[in-house]
Write a protein that binds this ligand. Structure first.
Ligand SMILES: Cc1cc2nc3c(=O)[nH]c(=O)nc-3n(C[C@H](O)[C@H](O)[C@H](O)COP(=O)(O)OP(=O)(O)OC[C@H]3O[C@@H](n4cnc5c(N)ncnc54)[C@H](O)[C@@H]3O)c2cc1C
Length: 381
């Protein structure tokens, strides 16, 4: 590769790759099809999980050069308390010295993660071209165009509220089939959603139940100025992450937490690894295999177990977390173990991504998503 790098997509994966490459002296251009960063989201709150590594996630981000405690470019609020309800609305309060997660906001204005990363990219010398959809990367480059299929979906609202800062979840298949409903409140703003891994056609009904149930368990919950948001995520294992000079990062490479959809960490880390591979001439696929693949495979085995639990099993799971150090217990579940390694082949056989591969995979193919847009794009070759 030359000193000039082209990146497609201004999600966390593309921006982190761009920031690191620009800091290493590369001339970086990022193309974004939307008029702004974070357009896929509507200012919703998300959790940057803090349980999968020993190292605190903010320390990891600082090490990656995309977070600075002294001059905070985006909201990154620790949450040490998590309220979980089971299907019978039994309440369990989990508390931990170490934050469960850091709340970030997704969107294109000051305070949002996407905006903060964009500012850092521009300050590092990255050129960002908005309103530019890229379907082909003739010279190769980095592709961070996000999910291409819906293996899980979320439907929710962002709104204003007088409720105090809260992080809450409900595990109940009637309102979040094989997933969870969540409520995040930060300084008068809130996000409430159902995250579903099944029965997508019941989206509307599940969301209405979610609102109803959160109102029942939090009598002080008032909702004003609500705006809808929704989205989807995908995971897959069987496509190469580096092909024809193109590095696939974030969800575009199928990287996602298959258990609960905490994909930001995967996006950020894979963006860094792609940059590292280019700067230090390292093998990108090997970096993913060493650091992210074992976690992702474990998350798929976890999904297999979680889906077997059902509402009664979720209650048992919540009670298990409540006894002792919950963050440590979740970390153990998120990291590889003998049992999860045994279960993975069965899990990968059972769960096939909804992503249908129509790709040409031709030698020298330049399409950024030849895997699913053959009809639209590859016919031009
Ligand atoms: C509702 C919802 C809630 C979530 N909550 C959490 C959470 O709490 N914690 C967590 O860790 N993760 C969460 N996730 C997952 C997380 O948001 C994603 O894993 C992460 O954003 C993936 O980053 P990315 O950089 O791969 O892609 P994205 O953030 O999707 O960015 C891709 C970018 O590429 C652009 N693009 C696409 N195609 C083209 C093209 N052809 N040309 C130019 N530009 C293009 C898109 O417009 C977009 O800006 C959630 C996801 C959803 C949908």
């Amino acid at each position: 590769m030359t000193n000039e790098i082209e990146i497609v997509g201004t999600g966390p994966a593309g921006l982190v790759a761009g920031i690191n490459l620009a800091k290493a002296g590369y001339r970086v251009t990022i193309y974004e099809e939307k008029p702004d960063v974070g357009h896929r989201f509507n200012g919703d709150f998300q959790g940057l999980e803090n349980w999968s590594s020993e190292e605190d996630v903010t320390v990891l981000l600082e090490r990656f050069g995309v977070y600075n405690k002294v001059c905070i470019e985006y909201i990154c609020q620790p949450y040490n308390k998590l309220v979980i309800f089971d299907a019978n609305l039994n309440k369990t309060v989990l508390q931990s010295e170490r934050p469960f997660f850091y709340l970030v906001q997704r969107g294109g204005w000051p305070g949002c993660l996407d905006y903060g990363l964009m500012e850092q990219a521009v300050q590092s010398g990255v050129e960002i071209v908005f309103n530019k959809r890229v379907d082909k990367l003739e010279k190769g480059g980095i592709i961070g165009i996000g999910p291409r299929a819906a293996d899980a979906i979320a439907k929710g609202i962002v709104f204003n509220t007088n409720m105090k800062d809260t992080a809450a979840a409900i595990l109940d298949d009637r309102l979040a089939p094989k997933g969870y409903a969540y409520l995040l409140v930060h300084r008068g703003k809130a996000t409430m959603a159902t995250c579903m891994f099944k029965d997508f056609k019941r989206e509307k009904e599940c969301f209405e139940r979610t609102v109803e149930t959160f109102k029942k368990v939090f009598l002080s919950l008032d909702i004003t100025n609500a705006k809808e948001f929704g989205g989807y995520g995908n995971f897959f294992f069987d496509k190469p992450a580096f092909e024809n000079g193109k590095y696939y990062v974030g969800e575009a490479s199928g990287l996602q937490d298959c258990l609960f959809g905490f994909g930001m960490r995967y996006a950020i880390m894979s963006g860094l690894f792609a940059a590292k591979s280019i700067i230090e001439k390292m093998d990108y696929t090997a970096l993913l295999k060493g650091e992210l693949e074992p976690m992702q495979k474990t998350s798929l085995a976890n999904r297999l177990i979680f889906e077997r639990l059902g509402n009664r099993g979720y209650t048992y799971f919540i009670n298990h977390l409540a006894k002792g150090n919950a963050v440590e217990k979740i970390r153990r579940q998120y990291n590889p173990s003998f049992l999860k390694t045994l279960l993975y082949p069965f899990a990968s056989w059972k769960y096939k991504s909804r992503l249908v591969d129509k790709g040409c995979h031709g030698e020298g193919c330049a399409c950024v998503w030849c895997r699913c847009r053959k009809d639209e794009v590859c016919q031009e070759i």
